[in-house]
Write a protein that binds this ligand. Structure first.
Ligand SMILES: [Zn+2]
Length: 268
């Protein structure tokens, strides 16, 4: 499932390879992934030139000459730039450009491809209800988001309305690097621990972004990221030694979720 590093890298690739291309035609195989009728979607996109792409949570937002194209990969999928006549086997939406290239969108399970008319982006509820991107926050803004909050830190970080981009793949290493047990209550975290957490989110996400994000996702040109299992610190490594103290990494139940922790570095 894509998280912030994967979405960040897809946005970066879209800026590099899609910006400036003009849409000749659109085809939709899965109308359920649209927010408007197929005809409206096709009409809205046709003739537009793609501008810059940004992201918010799992949404990729591409500025068009008129309006926006929004893509959400959901549980995962592929966004590929291919030649018109070399389409991948599976696709749900294809956007054909005037220059013979195609932007092919596929979802493994279910995703979204939305067209938003000019001036209506603020009313796009699914993206507007998300908290700020985890990588966009300053240290002070992060402290402010945590201030006065209760509940367990792990659930708080995974709730996309608090901050957007942290999911089940990266959360374990983020908490480990900060030395914080996933079941810690936010109210027990000192200023220093909160700052460590802020730094840890940055470090872990940047480490993955530098490698083009997760290996299990394809990039826009069909290659793979280089951030793999070997790069994880404690996540999905139960029974292996902690990289800091060599204690055995444990897989534990934390509320309704599973967590990977070092019992010595992350004391409850
Ligand atoms: Zn340890």
């Amino acid at each position: 499932m894509p998280e912030l590093p994967e979405i960040f890298c897809r946005a970066r690739e879209m800026n590099e390879y899609l910006t400036g291309r003009t849409i000749a035609s659109v085809e939709v195989k899965q109308p359920k992934c649209l927010n408007v009728p197929v005809e409206t979607f096709m009409e809205g996109l046709r003739g537009n030139t793609l501008g810059p792409t940004t992201y918010h949570g799992k949404w990729l937002l591409t500025e068009l000459t008129q309006g926006h194209l929004l893509v959400n990969l959901g549980m995962g999928g592929e966004l590929l730039l291919v030649d018109h006549d070399v389409m991948p086997e599976k696709w749900r939406v294809r956007i054909d450009f005037c220059d013979g290239k195609t932007f092919a969108v596929n979802f493994w399970w279910f995703g979204s491809t939305h067209y938003v008319a000019p001036g209506a982006l603020a009313q796009h509820q699914q993206s507007a209800k998300l908290g700020p991107n985890a990588l966009d926050l300053t240290a002070d803004q992060f402290q402010a988001i945590l201030a006065g909050r209760r509940g367990r830190i792990k659930s708080f970080l995974l709730d996309q309305s608090n901050l957007a981009g942290i999911g089940n793949a990266y959360i374990h290493d983020i908490l480990f690097r900060a030395g914080i047990h996933p079941s810690r209550s936010i109210s027990t975290l000192g200023d220093r621990e909160r700052h460590e957490l802020f730094l840890s989110i940055r470090t872990e996400f940047e480490r993955s972004i530098e490698k083009g994000a997760a290996q299990y996702e394809l990039n826009l040109l069909g290659g793979r990221g280089e951030f793999g299992v070997a790069d994880l610190l404690v996540g999905y490594r139960e029974g292996k030694p902690c990289p800091t103290c060599a204690a055995e990494i444990l897989k534990v139940k934390t509320g309704s979720t599973t967590s990977y922790i070092c019992p010595k570095c992350q004391v409850l």
